[in-house]
Design a protein around this ligand. Structure first.
Ligand code: ADP
Ligand code: ZN
Length: 651
């Protein structure tokens, strides 16, 4: 499963950027810049007069079905320009076009972003199914030079030359600090002022109980520093939030600022490391300066690994000086301010192990708070938080939602809730129902359902038996998660899918690993049994199996020949070395053992499916007929499963 994540933008803070300041008393070189900028801007603007962007639905329902469309031009395989027939332009729905510049009458009048030419064509064809041949809209294709792209080459180049000229003249006269013309050195930290009260509080952060209680201490310090300082206590300066993406690190930092009602400066690590040399370091300097002026305050550095990656020996001959300078400056700043100045630096990373040890020394980021993927109970709480603003139907069962989304992060859950509301709105419902949430979950896990995707009957048959193979194999294997649904409706990139309800385990036994290999190989095995030939359709499965087998043999020490050895490297340092941490001879043994493991699992699967061949065939048939088969039908064909099926799946 790979989870899609969506950036959840938070509107509860308003941001304020530093205004550009110009050097006082220096010659008006900035006029040249302004001039150049204006020229470029006008060229850019002229070429970029774009037609109105509309959605496919609007296009189909208001234009295509009314036979208003004169022609369609597909440009660069990315967008389709719509030309409306001249005599139809007078209709009230097109009134905005006629009001525009005189050019706009000629068109193109509208544009649609298309995913791919094929899917656009097939949608168009479907939409025009009932049209007479002479009513069909003609499509032409064009390739155009993308002026924006060309300009994006020219502009930096021009700017660089001008910048250089400026530097040479200005050298020795003006200092290169924060006062320089573009304010390169100024931090882009967003300042969230105290007057604009942040609405994010601990109430918006669900689960994460331990992390919250640790963070509460920081809030308390920011609010009542005296209670601590009068006893001579030293307040931590730097706190590292460690956890996978989407677990709420940013949210937590914002909540701290919100609870303590202090200014919040946030900057992403990748913003430190930019094109111009020396910028990162001076940004750091400036960020701390601003924060200290507003103390008590919070600095939040997201993705600190972008700057703080360890400077190991392996990196020496390809050192990134810029990054190193930035890191050094960060360390200097951290050491430079006293313990009790009232500035607390929070940083977020998803990999604490690759950070430079210097960052983690006492007095720097010496406190670590771990944010982990939520457990079932925590997921329930996160659902509750995100269901608050949603109008939900009575049948919504939060407990079931939580148990159907194992391994999901807080961001995934926020995404599901939003998706569900969108789905319900599209269906013009009064409230969001349980089925909308389920659909949203499937979409977040597997991508969009694509019922319109055209596959030939033969292909469909292969997909049906392939999926039936996964289903039957997993049904009769003791250690595979509960199967809840099999579908051959194309979704995202895949043509079919089997849905499991994973149990949450921290430890996986060898037997379970092998059963999982077999279940994943079930698709390919079924193809071989039913059609006596194999297809390319098992690529994803085979990739997964191969990777899994390598981790079993080389990392988890689950192979008898190799024994309890692990070549796993938790520090990530080996990634940078060429070559492997074992000999050629060992490499050969590993390869051989991995192959043997997969082949034997495959044979075992074939055997298992042959034993249940009639069931495999009837499930394949049913899938071809129904496209989606649920637990009830699965049990009818395959019998009750020996493995206990969690009760909540049944209803
Ligand atoms: P990170 O910084 O760890 O990648 P974010 O803080 O940006 O994650 O989380 C993204 C979004 O996911 C948040 O804006 C919030 O809507 C949701 N979210 C994540 N964790 C939680 C949580 N524990 N409680 C409520 N919402 C959460
Ligand atoms: Zn498969």
């Amino acid at each position: 499963m790979d989870h899609k994540e969506e950036e959840n933008s938070d509107k509860s803070f308003s941001e304020e950027r530093n205004p550009m300041t110009l050097p006082k008393g220096s010659k008006p070189y900035w006029l040249y810049f302004l001039f150049l900028f204006l020229i470029l801007f006008s060229i850019f603007n002229w070429t970029a007069t774009k037609p109105n962007e509309i959605s496919w639905l609007t296009f189909e329902q208001t234009m295509l079905s009314a036979h208003d469309v004169a022609k369609i031009v597909v440009v660069n395989k990315e967008s389709a320009e719509i030309y409306i027939k001249e005599d139809r332009l007078k209709a009230p729905k097109y009134s905005t076009i006629l009001k525009g510049a005189f050019m706009s009458k000629l068109g193109p009048h509208y544009a649609i972003q298309i995913g791919s030419v094929e899917s656009f064509e097939s949608k168009l064809q479907q939409a025009q199914q009932n049209f007479l041949p002479e009513e069909r809209v003609e499509i032409t294709y064009q390739n155009r030079t993308n002026w924006t792209a060309v300009l994006s080459w020219i502009v930096p180049f021009g700017l660089l030359i001008l910048f250089w000229v400026f530097m040479l003249r200005g050298l020795g006269r003006s200092s290169m600090g924060g006062g320089s013309i573009f304010n390169f050195g100024k931090s882009t930290a967003k300042l969230f002022d105290k007057d604009i009260k942040s609405t994010v509080t601990f109430k918006d952060v669900a689960g994460l109980r331990e992390a919250k209680s640790e963070v509460e201490e920081i809030v308390d310090f920011l609010k009542n520093p005296k209670t601590y300082t009068k006893l001579g206590a030293k307040i931590p300066k730097g706190v590292m939030l460690v956890g996978p993406t989407g677990t709420g690190k940013t949210l937590m930092a914002k909540a701290v600022a919100g609870e303590a009602q202090v200014p919040f400066f946030s900057l992403s690590g990748s913003e430190f490391v930019e094109m111009f040399v020396g910028v990162g370091a001076s940004r750091v300097r400036d960020l701390f300066k601003q924060a200290k002026e507003k103390a008590p305050s919070i600095i939040f550095i997201d993705e600190i690994d972008a700057v703080g990656r360890s400077r190991s020996k392996a990196n020496a001959f390809q050192a990134n000086d810029e990054r190193e300078n930035t890191l050094n400056q960060l360390l200097t700043e951290l050491d430079g301010f006293g313990t009790n100045t009232g500035v607390i630096v929070l940083a977020a990373t998803n990999r604490a192990d690759i950070l430079d040890k210097a960052l983690l020394r006492p007095g720097r980021f010496d406190r670590h708070i771990y944010l982990e993927l939520p457990t079932k109970q925590e997921r329930m709480e996160i659902f509750e938080v995100h269901l608050r603003p949603i109008k939900k139907a009575k049948d919504v069962d939060v407990k079931l939602l939580a148990s159907m989304s194992p391994g999901f992060s807080g961001a995934d859950i926020a995404n599901i809730c939003n998706e569900a509301a969108l789905i319900a709105a599209r269906k013009k419902k009064e409230a969001v129902e349980q089925e909308d949430f389920m659909e949203a979950r499937d979409r977040v896990v597997g991508g969009l359902e694509r019922k319109g995707k055209i596959i030939s009957p033969k292909e469909k048959e292969i997909v049906a038996y392939h999926e039936a193979g996964h289903a039957v194999a997993s049904w009769f294997l003791k250690n595979v998660d509960a199967l809840v649904k099999v579908s051959i409706i194309p979704r995202g990139k895949s043509l079919g899918s089997a849905w499991y309800l994973p149990e949450e385990h921290q430890i996986v036994t060898k037997a379970k690993f092998i059963d999982q290999l077999c279940a994943t190989l079930g698709g390919r095995a079924a193809e071989e049994i039913i059609f006596n030939e194999v297809s390319s359709g098992a690529l994803d499965d085979l990739e997964k199996v191969t990777k899994q087998a390598y981790t079993m043999v080389a990392y988890y020490g689950l192979n008898d020949k190799i024994g309890p050895l692990s070549f796993y490297d938790s520090t990530g340092e080996n990634e940078r070395f060429l070559g492997k941490p074992y000999s050629e001879n060992m490499a050969m043994i590993i390869d051989k053992e991995v192959q043997a493991l997969i082949v034997s699992s495959y044979n075992k699967t074939i055997e298992l499916l042959l034993k249940h061949q009639s069931k495999l065939e009837s499930l394949g048939q049913l899938l071809l007929k129904k496209e989606v088969v649920y637990l009830e039908d699965l049990e009818k064909i395959l019998g009750k499963r020996t493995k206990e099926i969690p009760a909540q799946v049944r209803d």
